[in-house]
Design a protein around this ligand. Structure first.
Ligand SMILES: Cc1cc2nc3c(=O)[nH]c(=O)nc-3n(C[C@H](O)[C@H](O)[C@H](O)COP(=O)(O)O)c2cc1C
Length: 182
């Protein structure tokens, strides 16, 4: 009788426009590594093949009420593989700069059309995080008249909330990988 312990690879992949989601993805990766998981953190355009990963964590920002097309295209392109993977999602946006039930309701409304268009994908968790916005980093400032309001400028990322979410994911994944007798 032998006892085996496996910690399959986790892919954390992300979309970003202005760059702030990158550090969120890296922090999620760090927390998972600290929990003993083998993790790769890669921007969506750099992901070659999801095949080797048993768990995939995908996230990206909201832009004008819609989830990043990179996230949607990634889900579509990998749909068949992701059906058989553990999947978690995360969203970054400014609505979450105040974490209230109302904000969460609005953000769930942003991502609901995407979740409904992939009924076969069943994420075990969806993290809703505040992002950051610096108008000076935006190419073509004309696009962002609405978002250049001073009260929407700033880095609202809540590292405690991000770490706590990632630790929850890490603990959940570890619980699925408890030693079993062969
Ligand atoms: C053009 C533009 C439109 C945005 N639209 C929304 C929106 O509709 N709702 C929201 O909550 N945040 C919105 N945001 C905020 C972004 O989601 C937030 O700044 C996010 O952290 C950006 O992530 P990134 O730095 O990885 O690109 C918008 C930002 C920009 C620049």
């Amino acid at each position: 009788m032998t006892t085996t312990m496996t910690r399959p690879k986790v892919l954390v992949t992300y979309a970003t426009w202005l760059g702030s989601t990158t550090e969120i993805a890296l922090t999620i990766g760090d927390m998972l590594r600290a929990g003993g998981h083998e993790v790769e953190v890669t921007a969506i355009p750099e992901v070659k093949f999801v095949g080797p990963f048993k768990t995939v964590i995908v996230g990206g920002p909201i832009r004008v009420g819609e989830w990043s097309p990179d996230v949607v295209n990634f889900l579509e392109a990998n749909r068949h593989l992701l059906r058989d993977r553990r999947l978690a999602l995360f969203v970054t946006c400014l609505t979450m700069r105040m974490d209230t039930p109302e904000s969460r309701h609005i953000v769930r409304g942003y991502i609901q059309p995407v979740l409904e268009s992939f009924p076969d994908l069943r994420p075990f968790d969806v993290g809703l995080f505040a992002g950051a916005f610096d108008v000076h980093r935006v190419p073509g400032r004309e696009q962002v008249k609405l978002w250049s309001k001073p009260h929407l400028q700033g880095d609202f990322r809540d590292w405690t909330a991000i770490r706590e979410w990632a630790i929850g994911v890490s603990t959940y994944l570890a619980s699925l990988e408890m030693p079993h007798k062969a």
